[in-house]
Design a protein around this ligand. Structure first.
Ligand SMILES: Cc1cc2nc3c(=O)[nH]c(=O)nc-3n(C[C@H](O)[C@H](O)[C@H](O)COP(=O)(O)O)c2cc1C
Length: 217
């Protein structure tokens, strides 16, 4: 049999590597979330008493039911007739998108279908913050304002509204985590240009905050 040259072998290896990268990008499938369990949880006053930021995470993944409940609590639709959500938004703009960064890749929370839509087959959790614990959390949420849904607002109006609307979603996550015994912390320390590039965001999509969620270590 004819011997392959060093160059040919190198070329074949590069092609195989590229095929592998492409395949794994295509492999990230949508995740159908489970119906949220709306009848559980601790009493509100107890949850408020237990709400806190935690920065030490176990690598245990969130079960699908817990992830589903958490995302619905954060920013799910609680009035299907009108499509309104568990958090308020200025003039019901619903301009905040919740991206979900996990070990297998990045997803977008689709509240209408209660699904995670695939965005990127890559673990970018470490890029969702600048602190060392961020990469340990099994889930890192990234709150992104979609300026195309915000009409003709001034820069000040955009900043104020998107920050306020994100705050409500983040607090829902905090309360859910307190109820479930999960660890969470909302984070402004994010290298936003680097993360936006990695996430493939459009220029009119602005990262507001990130939030880690997982089991306490
Ligand atoms: C807008 C905002 C940005 C924050 N950014 C960070 C951050 O980048 N990193 C971090 O570890 N904590 C961050 N935090 C969490 C605060 O440090 C924390 O809420 C505060 O220390 C009070 O602690 P508590 O949440 O346990 O009451 C942020 C909180 C808010 C509201």
């Amino acid at each position: 049999m004819k011997k392959l040259s060093f160059r040919t072998v190198g070329f074949i290896l590069i092609v195989l590597l590229m095929c592998n990268v492409l395949t794994s990008a295509q492999e990230l499938k949508p995740i159908k979330l489970l119906s949220p369990q709306k009848d559980g949880g601790k009493p509100l006053m107890q949850v408020l008493n237990e709400r806190k930021s935690l920065r030490e995470y176990s690598d245990k993944e969130l079960p699908l039911q817990v992830l589903s409940n958490m995302l619905w609590a954060a920013w799910g639709i609680n009035r299907p007739d009108s499509g309104r959500r568990t958090a308020p938004s200025a003039v019901n703009m619903q301009e905040i998108d919740v991206y979900v960064s996990m070990a297998d890749g990045l997803y977008l929370y689709d509240a209408k279908e209660h699904m995670l839509q695939p965005v990127l087959a890559k673990d970018i959790r470490a890029l969702t913050g600048t602190q060392s614990y961020v990469k340990d959390a099994p889930v890192n949420l990234v709150f992104v304002a979609d300026l195309s849904k915000m009409g003709n607002r001034t820069d000040e109006g955009i900043t104020f509204t998107s920050a306020a609307d994100t705050g409500f979603i983040s607090q829902n996550v905090y309360l859910f985590c307190a109820s479930e015994g999960l660890a969470t912390v909302v984070r402004g320390l994010v290298d936003k240009p680097v993360l936006a590039k990695e996430m493939g965001l459009r220029p009119d999509q602005i990262i507001i905050l990130s939030q880690s969620v997982g089991y306490p270590r």
